[in-house]
Design a protein around this ligand. Structure first.
Ligand SMILES: Nc1ncnc2c1ncn2[C@@H]1O[C@H](COP(=O)(O)OP(=O)(O)O)[C@@H](O)[C@H]1O
Ligand SMILES: [Mg+2]
Length: 576
């Protein structure tokens, strides 16, 4: 995995993004936040004048706090309004980036998920980017003015500013240490959240109660939390120690300055007023820097990384998919291993899937059937070799445009709990409200019995929602897969695993007859269905070991023929 981009370019990118949310509000917020720092810092000067010019001091003491308050109020409001607006822009940006990342990798690799989860949890912090930046600049301005005042009385008092440096440095170190600890515990955090969901959502409820594992889940969750918080707490205590030492150093310097000015009342007043505030300003600056370093520099670096990551995937992929398939899809020495793993899941697979044919893929669990399907959908790219669509490398085709021409139904489908019509219509958004298209898809999927009424809300947790059985949900998913009118590629990855054999047979006959120009890829364990396919691919231990029609494979009398005879016997049929 690539390192996070540098902090400065990342920061500039995030700032540019925020700037687009509202340039005017930013300008107002900037001017007022910085301006508010000036009268506040000058108060120390007014105090020191008490010893020499009471009238001027009184006037300043009256005017400065009011000015300071006024500017601070305006700046707070401008900042708030800007942050609200920026929050929407930033969160939308992060969500869009995540969903436009074209491959699945970021949903499956733990180290990428950790990176993204921190970003997602703190995305709203980005909206306060400017607010924090201005506040930090304001804190710095106060600090500079105050140090200037002190040095005008005695240049040595400038050392007070130097004595504050360790505190600032420690705060930087602190942020880094805590961030590392937080990232190290992210997997426990995910586990804890997962267990919480397990214990509180309806779908696992049945099994959890039947097996009586409630208490176990609670215990595991508590342990996961503990695992997550222990390194964090340790890092916090440790760094708090450093910080206490750094602040003690500043305290000593302050005492020394007071002692040296004891016999000059105006200077003493200045030291007391300005020095006392200096401690506060240093603390503010430190606090601001801390927030900077933890939340937002880090978050903006993650954001910049995600932007790059999303962009890298489409960099050389801007070709259009063909209007229609003339020849077919050709896999050329395709080898694939999941990122971050050691083993090839597909090894040197070469095969042509002709346009207008149905291709069945069979093989044991874990043979790589679903992986092959994912590669065809371009959810992953081959580690080696190419997939050619009518001679064009799939890797160079715009993934979004390719997917517009791909449709599918999967074993691990998702139950979209909308109305039945919407849940199916998602399969082809432009036609989600088209009753003819919906009814056609329902008919092709044989889902009429599962969803008699397209307006019906699905999912019991919604008002008037109905619950579907697993098999019925699968039919909805299947209908969704049939929404696109003429996909170049239709993938059916065990789409009928929850249905009975007769239903699957009937289904298959329907879509084998449909006669489009695309390629249909069907993964199934039922060889009685598979035999009707134009081409059958047999995967075994990551290799394509046999390919051909049912008749050819039976004649070859290899692996497929053996499996077929076993199943035929089990179902009481005869071999072909
Ligand atoms: N996201 C993943 N990361 C790492 N390994 C995976 C991932 N998905 C699947 N695998 C592994 O790849 C192999 C093939 O999986 P899959 O293609 O789902 O098999 P099939 O669909 O034939 O049952 C299995 O050994 C599985 O453990
Ligand atoms: Mg599978």
């Amino acid at each position: 995995m690539t390192d996070l981009p540098g902090w400065l370019p990342s920061l500039l990118r995030s700032l540019r993004l925020g700037y687009r949310a509202s340039p005017t509000l930013i300008a107002v917020a900037f001017v007022t936040t910085i301006a508010a720092a000036v009268p506040d810092a000058l108060l120390a000067l007014a105090f020191s004048l008490l010893a020499t010019n009471i009238a001027l001091a009184a006037a300043l003491l009256a005017v400065l706090p009011i000015g300071s308050w006024l500017l601070a109020t305006v700046s707070a409001r401008a900042n708030r309004r800007f942050a609200d607006r920026a929050a929407i822009v930033m969160e939308e940006h992060v969500a869009r980036l995540q969903s436009t990342v074209t491959t699945m990798e970021h949903h499956e690799r733990p180290e990428i998920m950790d990176r993204i989860s921190v970003l997602r949890d703190h995305a709203d912090a980005l909206s306060e980017l400017y607010q924090q930046l201005f506040a930090a600049l304001g804190a710095l301005a106060r600090l500079a003015i105050t140090v200037g005042l002190l040095m005008s009385a005695n240049p040595w008092f400038g050392l007070l500013g130097v004595a504050a440096v360790p505190a600032v440095l420690v705060s930087t170190l602190r942020a880094n240490a805590e961030r590392r600890a937080e990232e190290a515990g992210a997997q426990h955090d995910r586990l804890a959240k997962h267990l919480f969901e397990l214990g509180t959502t309806p779908s696992p409820a049945k099994e959890i109660r039947v097996f009586g594992v409630q208490n176990k889940i609670v215990t595991l969750r508590r342990e996961a939390w503990r695992e997550r918080h222990r390194p964090l707490a340790r890092a916090r205590w440790q760094t708090a120690g450093w910080q206490a030492a750094a602040h003690a150093l500043f305290g000593l310097a302050f005492l020394a300055a007071i002692a040296s000015a004891v016999h000059q009342p105006p200077t003493l007043l200045l030291v007391l007023a300005a020095g006392g505030r200096l401690a506060q300003y240093v603390a503010n600056t430190v606090q601001q820097t801390h927030f900077f370093r933890t939340i937002w520099l880090d978050v903006s670096r993650r954001l910049a990384w995600l932007e790059d990551y999303a962009a890298a995937q489409t960099r050389n992929a801007d070709r259009e998919p063909p209007q229609r398939l003339d020849h077919g899809i050709h896999l050329e020495h395709v080898t694939f291993r999941y990122p971050g793993t050691e083993r090839n899941v597909l090894d040197d697979v070469t095969v042509t899937l002709d346009a207008g044919t149905t291709v069945a893929v069979v093989g044991e669990n874990g043979a790589g059937k679903s992986t092959l399907v994912k590669l065809l959908c371009r959810l992953y790219e081959p580690t080696a070799g190419r997939i050619l669509v009518d001679g064009v490398d799939l890797a160079t085709i715009d993934p979004a445009r390719w997917r517009e021409r791909v449709s599918g139904a999967f074993q691990d489908f998702f139950p979209f709990e909308y109305t039945a019509g919407e849940s199916i219509g998602v399969g082809d958004l432009p036609r989600i409200g088209d009753p003819v298209a919906l009814r056609t898809a329902v008919a092709r999927a044989g889902a009429g019995d599962a969803v008699p009424d397209l307006a019906r809300q699905l999912g019991v947790t919604w008002e008037n929602g109905v619950d579907l059985s697993h098999g019925q949900w699968q039919k909805v998913a299947l209908a969704r897969g049939f929404m696109r009118p003429d996909p170049l590629l239709l993938v059916l990855d065990e789409p009928t695993s929850a249905l009975d054999a007769a239903t699957e047979d009937a289904l298959f006959e329907r879509y084998a007859d449909a006669g489009g120009r695309g390629v249909t890829v069907l993964v199934s364990h039922r060889l009685a269905t598979v035999r009707l396919a134009d081409l059958i691919l047999v995967l075994d231990g990551s290799r394509l070991v046999e390919q051909g029609s049912h008749a050819e494979l039976m004649a070859a009398d290899g692996r497929y023929a053996r499996l077929y005879r076993i199943q035929a016997r089990a179902y009481g049929r005869t071999g072909s």
